[in-house]
Design a protein around this ligand. Structure first.
Ligand code: NDP
Ligand code: 8X3
Length: 250
């Protein structure tokens, strides 16, 4: 049977591009998101190539995650590759002015979401003594920037989770890769700025940002290394970027 990959947040951006890239590799795809019409569209587009099963839940709610996963047919529960990608930033501003609802969305979505999903997938990987978990962190997890405190904190937590997971899963031969992108043009900024598309577009003006496909290509490289090789931690920038804050714009 082909290998099975579970991608969270496959309805947009990096997750969606990774679904297409993994279809080229012939993986069976367990694709997740909250926007059902996008999941249906993905299934429609990819199912001629590979088997697709879609899952709709909000990663912030443990019971919903568990309930949705319990309904996944047994044949789909043997997951070889988990891409913990679902996540977003909500708001950009000084911490003293932040909306606490945005904190909840980021801490619950970006941190607890990874834990809840991984908790369900890790036992199978441990039992089979194989598997690969890829956590999508960010440069924001390595360098905090002003006005992004809580998003940065949430991605900093992802960095720690990746390190800890790698150690805890090491006895079982399960690989863990942390990928920390810089600026990637997706719906990320549209979500961060709550639908303000003009403000979102400005983020990517004056330089060539990474595309979702650039990250998908990186993930493809990561999962196609030989069994004895794991890429532990990858920081990937557009050429115009040198740090979380330093971007050479025209
Ligand atoms: P997008 O907004 O394009 O995609 C985010 C995806 O995550 C969507 O599929 C969305 O699906 C899903 N998602 C978000 N929150 C939840 C939730 N609570 N429950 C379930 N699904 C959720 O952004 P990107 O592709 O850019 O983001 C993907 C990952 O990459 C994120 O973790 C982000 O932090 C990280 N990243 C992005 C960078 C960038 O510059 N774009 C740079 C560094 C890291 P739906 O709305 O259908 O649920
Ligand atoms: C997304 C990149 O720099 O906007 O994680 O935080 S950044």
């Amino acid at each position: 049977m082909s290998r099975t990959a579970f991608i969270t947040g496959a309805t947009s951006g990096i997750g969606r591009a990774t679904a297409f890239a993994f279809a080229e590799l012939g993986y069976r795809l367990l694709l997740h998101g909250r926007r059902q019409e996008r999941l249906d569209e993905l299934k429609e587009k990819l199912q001629d190539k590979v088997e697709v099963y879609t899952l709709n839940f909000d990663v912030r709610y443990r019971e919903d995650v568990e309930e949705a996963f319990s309904r996944v047919p047994e044949s789909w529960q043997e997951i070889d590759i988990l891409v913990n990608n679902a996540g977003n930033a909500h708001g950009l501003g000084p911490i003293q002015e932040n909306d606490p609802d945005d904190w909840d969305a980021m801490i619950d979505g970006n941190v607890k979401g990874i834990l809840y999903v991984s908790k369900l997938v890790m036992p199978g990987m441990i039992a089979r003594r194989s598997g690969h978990i890829i956590n999508i962190s960010s440069v924001a997890g390595k360098q905090t920037y002003p006005n992004g405190t809580v998003y940065c904190a949430s991605k900093s937590a992802v960095e720690s989770i990746s390190q800890g997971m790698r150690m805890d899963l090491n006895p079982f031969g399960v690989k863990v890769t942390n990928i920390a992108p810089g600026a990637v043009e997706t719906e990320f900024s549209l979500v961060r700025f709550k639908g303000d598309d003009k403000r979102a577009d400005l983020v990517y003006q004056g330089f060539t940002p990474l595309s979702a496909e650039d990250i998908a290509e990186t993930i493809t490289f990561v999962v196609t290394r030989p069994p004895h090789v794991v890429l532990a931690d990858i920081l990937i920038f557009p050429t115009a970027q040198a740090s979380a804050m330093l971007l050479k714009k025209d």
